[in-house]
Design a protein around this ligand. Structure first.
Ligand code: DGL
Length: 298
């Protein structure tokens, strides 16, 4: 695709009418047509609902279209090539729904495929890793930070790079936790098997004297109470969902993209495999009925 880059956000040639500057952000005039369009949020499964929950609270008038790739989860143990391909398929699906903003609510896709998604997207793309890294650097006192994530996220070093860019004095200890995503997708938030896995994964990170632990996978906040109990009250847990919602609100505000309708928002949840489990676990987590859950084929 022929694109020109405006800041971090590429625009396909021909779509852009004019650019103005508003509170330091570049604003695409065509964006104003989009104010009632939904925010597109995606993840490999139910993990991105942690970001959806924060968005619902922070931006209560915004429509949201969510995609969870329940047929192909987990992504974090797959190759970079496969994760890239899946991520681009999902981004294309959401762009066809004419979303006004894309939020990569999956650390694994953000770590591996963020640039490719940005290259494809005519609308702004936000991702969770930058938001999580900034929160962690803001929270640490002793400058020793732990990061847990999927094998793909940890192997990409994306968190270590993002944190070091913000503060190169910080020491970072990373741990891949491949069993967490399947356990969370199963809904085993407090199950003994999840506790045993967590004890095993968290022991070495805790031993490094961290005072801050980044939950570098959007599935992990669903087992936050268990993780908190194991690492103890002296370790601050960073969940990028709230920081992500804050960043989305900032961008929407700066680009005058806020939905002015004042109507109660539409929430559409799309999944790539049977929706029942997603619906049950999603409703339990979001504390509300998911009225529209659709199975789609990419
Ligand atoms: N929620 C995804 C993340 O943040 C989980 C990845 C997976 O499917 O393994 O990385």
């Amino acid at each position: 695709m022929d694109t020109r880059t405006a800041g971090n956000f590429p625009y396909p040639m021909g779509r852009k009418k004019s650019m103005t500057f508003w509170r330091g952000y570049e604003k695409d005039e065509t964006m104003n047509d989009k104010t009632e369009q939904a925010i597109g949020v995606f993840d490999s499964g139910i993990g991105g609902l942690t970001v959806v929950r924060a968005l619902m609270e922070r931006l209560p008038f915004e429509n949201i279209v969510y995609f969870g790739d329940t047929a192909r989860v987990p992504y974090g143990v797959k190759s970079v090539e496969t994760i890239n391909r899946y991520a681009l398929q999902i981004a294309e699906f959401l762009l066809k729904k004419d979303v006004k903003l894309l939020i990569v609510a999956c650390n694994t896709m953000a770590a591996v495929a963020c640039q490719a998604i940005r290259d494809l997207s005519p609308v702004p793309v936000l991702e969770v890793i930058g938001a999580g890294a900034a929160s962690a650097v803001g929270a640490t006192q002793n400058k020793i930070i732990g990061v847990i994530g999927t094998p793909a996220t940890i192997n990409s070093n994306a968190y270590a790079r993002a944190i070091s860019l913000l503060d190169h004095d910080v020491r970072i200890f990373s741990q891949a936790c491949p069993l967490f995503v399947p356990l969370v997708e199963e809904g085993w938030f407090e199950h003994e098997a999840t506790r045993l896995a967590a004890l095993e994964y968290l022991k070495p990170v805790k031993a490094e004297g961290i005072d801050t632990l980044v939950l570098g996978c959007t599935h992990y906040p669903l087992i936050k109470p268990l993780i908190a109990e194991i690492v103890g009250p002296q370790v601050r847990l960073i969940d990028s969902a709230e920081a992500m919602a804050e960043e989305a609100a900032g961008l929407i505000n700066a680009r005058q993209l806020g939905n002015p309708s004042g109507r109660s928002p539409d929430y559409l949840f799309c999944v790539s495999d049977v929706p029942y489990r997603f619906q049950t676990i999603g409703e339990r987590f979001l504390g509300r009925t998911l009225a529209r859950v659709e199975m789609v084929r990419l």
